[in-house]
Design a protein around this ligand. Structure first.
Ligand code: AP5
Ligand code: MG
Length: 216
């Protein structure tokens, strides 16, 4: 049976960083809704143009559009054994849609690691984040700097700062998270599949805590 893992946590807590660290170990593809939107924006698609208007304001892209995009991604061949989901679901409607989708794909959500972080940590992490243009690898100017400033250690592409990492947009994203995504903590806790990991630790320690549970 396919394995699906949902990484839950506020903006900037380290979901993308951790997903990149653990996906290969778990033999699961990293499926990030934010990365899929950014790829569409880069390619100037209709979906990308629509998503951009929401992302730049720190608001969520409408559920139907987001669910359609994830359905298409999960139906690709590399997701046959499951996926490591980062940034989806983000509303109760999306969580319910995912459940139905996985019935179709012959699977279920097996684990929901919830990475916690204080608001000051989130703001500091997003303010110093640099992202690679080619594959979305993330760095932090203070906590995880690249060897050469402005260049990705892994693929050599240029690093950039995301438009939605401006302070006012970050604060809006955090508000939206508490209003629309935080209810998923109870949703998955009730199903007995949520476990908490303290995100206010080093990147390496968070990875170790995640794998201690997920590799079992
Ligand atoms: P998305 O791209 O998913 O953004 P997000 O959830 O706001 O999360 P981030 O990517 O900002 O943070 P992260 O937790 O991945 O942290 P990272 O590892 O980069 O979504 C963007 C937008 O798209 C949304 O606002 C919305 O508009 C739209 N969207 C996406 N999904 C949607 C959905 N399902 N429905 C509707 N709309 C949707 O780390 C951050 C920084 O901290 C980095 O610099 C990193 O190096 C550093 N860092 C990480 N961990 C540590 C650590 N332990 N110690 C020190 N530094 C650390
Ligand atoms: Mg991310």
């Amino acid at each position: 049976m396919a394995t699906y893992i949902v990484l839950l946590g506020p903006p900037g807590v380290g979901k993308g960083t951790q997903a990149k660290n653990i996906a290969a170990t778990l033999h699961l593809p990293h499926v990030s809704s934010g990365d899929l939107f950014r790829e569409n924006i880069k390619n100037n698609t209709t979906l990308g143009n629509l998503a951009q208007t929401y992302i730049n304001k720190g608001e969520l892209v409408p559920d139907d559009v987001t669910i359609g995009m994830i359905r298409e991604r999960l139906s690709r061949a590399d997701c046959q054994a499951g996926a490591l989901l980062d940034g989806f679901p983000r509303t109760t409607v999306q969580a319910e849609a995912l459940e139905m989708l996985l019935v179709e794909f012959g699977g279920t959500v097996n684990h929901v690691p919830y990475i916690t972080g204080t608001e000051s940590t989130l703001v500091e992490r997003l303010g110093g984040r640099w992202t690679c243009k080619a594959q979305g690898h993330t760095y932090h100017e203070k906590f995880n700097p690249p060897v050469k400033a402005g260049i990705c250690d892994i693929d050599g592409s240029d690093l950039y700062q995301r438009d939605d990492d401006k302070t006012e947009t970050v604060l809006r994203r955090i508000q939206v998270y508490f209003a629309q995504t935080a209810p998923l903590i109870a949703y998955y806790r009730e199903r007995g599949i949520l476990f908490e990991v303290d995100g206010n630790q080093s990147i390496e320690k968070v990875t170790a805590d995640l794998l201690a549970v997920l590799e079992k």
